[in-house]
Design a binder for this molecule. Structure first.
Ligand code: CNA
Length: 244
């Protein structure tokens, strides 16, 4: 199966790669829905990570946000061979667009040229009043981060539950002009991101492959499905690609 995926990757001029938390587990960042994932510990997290809660109590929001993410996500993580493999695909393609649900910034750190951070990024926060942007270093330097211009409490640039998705049209546009879709490391449980493979298959009519350790609810959509660890799958894909 991976041999077929390698051959499709080789032939395609323009590829879209959809990624989820599973591409970053090899960097040491836990995913959400595996048994050791972040979400399994406490379901009230969905409420605390919502824009409703941010506007209700922004000071306690930051308290909760940092408790949930600071220990586990806001550290110095680096790209792993999966991020690097996606970057390497650019070497003989017209375009490789990465559309990621991840908020860790690791595709940008791996230097991928076209990255759509569909759920935003943990690496920045903005003022909801005046729009001024602040770095993660500033956010982490103080218990509650306030805007230095207007004094409002900053909002993280990560998409909170209840926030509008602004990247969906851009994501569909990228898919429209691609000729192969590769989906990696996601349970495809989150809507509307999980509508993108439907769009690729049913509206645009392109072939699509999924590599994920566990079966997903969307497996039937794909032409090629591989249930395996990404690090070893990437090694195999690399070696097939080099022999083509
Ligand atoms: P998820 O629902 O936790 O699913 C992750 C999937 O990846 C699971 O089905 C696993 O089987 C699979 N997986 C994990 N490790 C590997 C591996 N090494 N090889 C192959 N497959 C693997 O996460 P989704 O991305 O589907 O859900 C979307 C959420 C998760 C988004 O809102 C993200 O912001 C959020 N999230 C992001 C990060 C991050 O930025 N790194 C971390 C945790 C959660």
């Amino acid at each position: 199966m991976l041999k077929d995926v390698a051959s499709k990757l080789k032939k395609a001029n323009s590829i879209v790669v959809l990624t989820g938390a599973g591409v970053s587990t090899a960097s040491g960042i836990p995913d959400f829905r595996s048994s050791e994932g972040l979400w399994s510990e406490d379901e009230s997290r969905e409420y605390y990570m919502s824009s409703d809660y941010f506007y209700h109590d922004p000071v306690d929001f930051w308290n909760k946000y940092k408790t949930i993410f600071q220990m586990k996500l806001l550290k110095d993580y680096t790209p792993n061979p999966v991020h690097q493999f996606i970057k390497e695909l650019e070497s003989d393609k017209d375009k490789v667009t990465v559309i990621t649900q991840n908020v860790d910034g690791l595709h940008l750190a791996a230097d991928s040229s076209h990255v759509i951070e569909y759920h935003g990024t943990l690496n920045q926060a903005s003022c909801p009043e005046c729009g001024e942007s602040y770095s993660l270093d500033y956010v982490m330097s103080t218990e509650t981060p306030y805007c230095q211009n207007c004094g409002a409490v900053l909002k993280p640039d990560v998409l909170l539950f209840g926030d509008m998705i602004t990247a969906h049209d851009e994501a569909e546009q990228a898919i429209q002009t691609a000729d192969f879709l590769l989906v990696m490391g996601t349970s495809l449980m989150v809507t509307p991101f999980n509508l993108l493979p439907h769009y690729a298959k049913q509206e645009v009519g392109m072939e699509a492959a999924l590599i994920n350790r566990e079966p997903t609810v969307k497996d039937r959509l794909f032409d090629y499905v591989v249930h395996d660890d990404l690090s070893s799958s990437i090694e195999k894909l690399r070696s097939y690609l080099s022999s083509l």
